[in-house]
Design a protein around this ligand. Structure first.
Ligand SMILES: *Cc1c(COP(=O)(O)O)cnc(C)c1O
Length: 340
């Protein structure tokens, strides 16, 4: 079967991004967050590509994600959301290491036999993780902790909260008997060596996202959506294109209708704002993005039914155009793509 849209994935760019982040991580080991199916690009492809490049530490969110990768034999795989009661059979099978986030998770792990685990501390984000009171109450007693970690709420901004969380991590981490420490996601790697500790956990920037200006020019685009032209038509001056007639032809216009829409992750915010790329030219998206279709102004360009167009999906620009975050754009890439 052949799909009318495909996702070209640049393995060289993925590896180059990981190497750049590893370099910025200094002496810390650089891992890879591959949750949410490798941020929409395919966790198996990301993991095998980065493993071949030397990456040794991988992070997913759930045990279902870990199970889907179990046959790859990744050197180290961690499950960020820890162990619910429902996870214990898979978790004890040894396919990955849990990141314990709560007192109940820690007790569950200890009572089922313990063994290697990681621990998440909450240092102010108030998302997942143990707090000072939990540590004082002995939540981790008797556990063999490899990595103690925390997560920054505002690493993609110049916020005082970054320093506050760094100091809080410095206070709390020594109270966990752990082998290693880890704090930095992609954005925090760019905050400098104080944030790197022993292990960094980038996700977004591996996939071409640029969460902070320091990373611009260093991070390459990895995901390139391409879609096929289903029809080329001439729209006379004064007529409109698409739902709700939001675009009116100022002059006679040639329009290509392309098999790509918001159900494929090309969200409505790209309406009248996005671009396709053809022979080095930027061709504007005109009218509303439909569920499975968009219209492109191809006036003066030799674009025919059956041709393939690249959509401009450079993440910082695409986020600005669409009003979506770079994370949402990546994870929105749908299962309808043929992956290449
Ligand atoms: C998703 C996640 C990361 C990766 O974050 P990016 O901003 O994508 O680099 C790192 N650590 C934790 C705990 C996460 O949940």
């Amino acid at each position: 079967m052949s799909a009318p849209l495909r996702l070209r994935r640049d393995a060289d760019a993925l590896v180059a991004n990981w190497r750049a982040l590893a370099r910025l991580s200094g002496l810390a080991t650089c891992g890879a967050a591959i949750k949410a199916d490798g941020y929409g690009l395919g966790a198996r492809w990301v993991a095998t590509t980065l493993m071949a490049a030397g990456c040794r530490e991988f992070f997913v969110a759930t045990w279902a994600e870990a199970a889907a990768l179990a046959d790859l034999g990744l050197p180290a795989l961690s499950v960020l959301h820890g162990v619910r009661a429902e996870d214990m059979a898979l978790a004890r099978s040894g396919i990955a290491t849990p990141v314990l986030n709560t007192t109940a998770q820690a007790a569950r792990w200890r009572d089922s036999g313990g063994g290697a685990c990681h621990v998440m501390l909450d240092t102010g984000m108030n998302r997942l993780g143990l707090g000072e009171g939990d540590l004082a109450a002995g939540a981790l007693d008797g556990l063999a902790v490899d990595v103690v970690m925390s997560h920054l709420a505002c690493a993609d901004e110049d916020s005082a909260m970054n320093g506050v969380q760094l100091r809080r991590f410095g206070e709390l981490a020594p109270r966990v008997p752990a082998q290693r420490r880890s704090l930095a996601n992609s954005a925090a790697i760019a905050l400098g060596p104080d944030y790197a500790f022993d292990l960094t956990r980038p996700g977004l920037a591996l996939y071409g996202g640029v969460p902070r200006g320091e990373l611009a020019g260093m991070i390459r685009q990895v995901a390139f959506p391409q879609a096929q032209v289903l029809q080329r038509r001439s729209v006379p001056a004064g007529q409109t294109v698409g739902y709700n007639a939001t675009w009116t032809a100022p002059a006679d216009t040639d329009v290509a209708i392309v098999n790509y829409g918001y159900a494929d992750g090309y969200f409505r915010g790209f309406s009248n704002r996005g671009h396709a790329l053809f022979d080095g030219a930027e061709l504007p998206v005109i009218g509303r993005v439909s569920m499975d279709l968009i219209a492109i102004d191809v006036t003066g360009h030799d674009v025919a039914e059956g041709d393939w167009l690249d959509l401009d999906f450079a993440l910082p620009l695409a986020a600005a155009q669409s009003g979506m975050s770079q994370y949402e754009l990546l994870t929105g890439l749908s299962g309808r793509f043929e992956q290449a």
